[in-house]
Structure formats: C-alpha cells, structure tokens
Ligand binder design. Sequence first.
Ligand SMILES: C[S@@+](CC[C@H](N)C(=O)[O-])C[C@H]1O[C@@H](n2cnc3c(N)ncnc32)[C@H](O)[C@@H]1O
Length: 221
Amino acid sequence: MNKLQSHKWDPAQHYKDSAVAKEYDKVRFSSLAGRVFNNQEKRIIQECFQDLPRDTVVLDMPCGTGRLAETLLESGLKVHGTDISGEMLDVASERLAGYGNRFTAEVMDAFKLTGGERQFEATLCARVLMHFPLETQIKFLRGVGSLTRKRIVINHSLSSPYQRFRRGIKKLLGHQQSAGYPITNAEMQRLLAEAGFAEVERRRINSLISEAIYIVAEKIR
Ligand SMILES: C[S@@+](CC[C@H](N)C(=O)[O-])C[C@H]1O[C@@H](n2cnc3c(N)ncnc32)[C@H](O)[C@@H]1O
C-alpha cells in the first residue's frame, strides 16, 4: 500500500517535516513525465487567473513550496501563500524571495478559520482536497472559501467510469495510485455547493492518461 492509499497518512503532519518540504518538488516533478505535467498544470493555472487585474492579490491555500504561486507571480499577480506547514512555506519564501513583497506567507490551518480573516478576490486551492474523504474535503473548501470573495480555482482527481477502469489496470500492474480520494462529477457539484460555490468552467490535462481536473468556480453565498 502506498502512502496516498494509507488511511493513517496525515497530510497535515507529513509536510511539516523539513526534509519532505525540501524534497517535495524534486520527488514529484523531476522525472520527464513530472516535468511535462508540471508545465501543463502551470499553464492551466495561469489561464484560470489571466483576466484578473494585475494588482490582484491571489490567496494560494495551500501554497506548499510555492510551485504554483511562482506561476501566478510570473504572470504579474501578487500572492498571499498560506499553509499549515511552516516548513513548506520556508521553501516557498526562499524560492520567491526575488518577488519582494509581492509574495507574502502565513501559516494557517484551513480547518480552523474563524471568518474574521483577511479576504481575497480570488483563491487557488491545489493538490490537497484529494487527500481527504469527501466530508473532510467539504470542510477544507468551506474554510478556504470563507476567505474568498469571488473566484476559486481548485484542482482534483476525477473518478469517471474510464478513470476507475484505468485505476483498476494500474493496480493490477502494481503502479502507484495518484490520489487517495478522487471524486465523481456529482460529488464535485456537492463539494462546490456545500462550500458556497458554483462551477463556471473546467479544464483537463491529458484526460486519457490523467485524472487531473481544474475547476473555476464563483461564490454563490
Ligand atoms: C501536496 S501539497 C500541495 C501544495 C501546492 N498547492 C502545490 O500544488 O504544489 C499539500 C499541502 O497541503 C498542506 N495542508 C495540509 N493540511 C492543511 C490544512 N489543514 N490547512 C492548510 N494547509 C494544509 C500541506 O502542508 C501541503 O503543503
């Protein structure tokens, strides 16, 4: 069983290890496939925010090592990166030091937001929801959504009949599963609605070989 399938694996604790934080990008994205995917993901994220005025401060939660914050900064936006792991944010702050005060960082737990925190026009919530069961995903997105006035961009792993078939084959071949808790389209709509958002558009990367899905949603309440 790999760590993403293990119910004991805790995404809130795992990334607080500074060795894990320092190795995160190398482990995930240094292979040829990882580099191609990383570039495609960054392009999609840029497109999802491209119509915003360039002085907009985007909330990136969880920001991790600043991988996607860097893409937003490159496109001229400002970023406030938050994460439960100070160790991941240290890597992000070092990586993004050249952007001066256009990038700021703050340790925050998505499950412990009070509603009184600073608000943002637009938010990115990438590569975290699929680590939790659906009910916990809803709580996480409600937390992030409580800081978001209008737009939220999330990524997720889609569980369609084709992707479930692909997972079955990967399991038979002993390949690593990509995410612990992929969700169906119906679950996606429930996740968004219960967090107070409605889908505006969606994008995929290589849908034949990847579960990755990117949703642009807007606040409905
Ligand atoms: C796989 S990383 C993704 C980081 C970044 N979004 C990216 O795409 O590279 C998941 C991040 O979620 C953070 N995280 C886990 N639980 C959290 C929580 N309750 N509140 C805020 N961040 C959390 C972890 O510390 C970790 O940095």
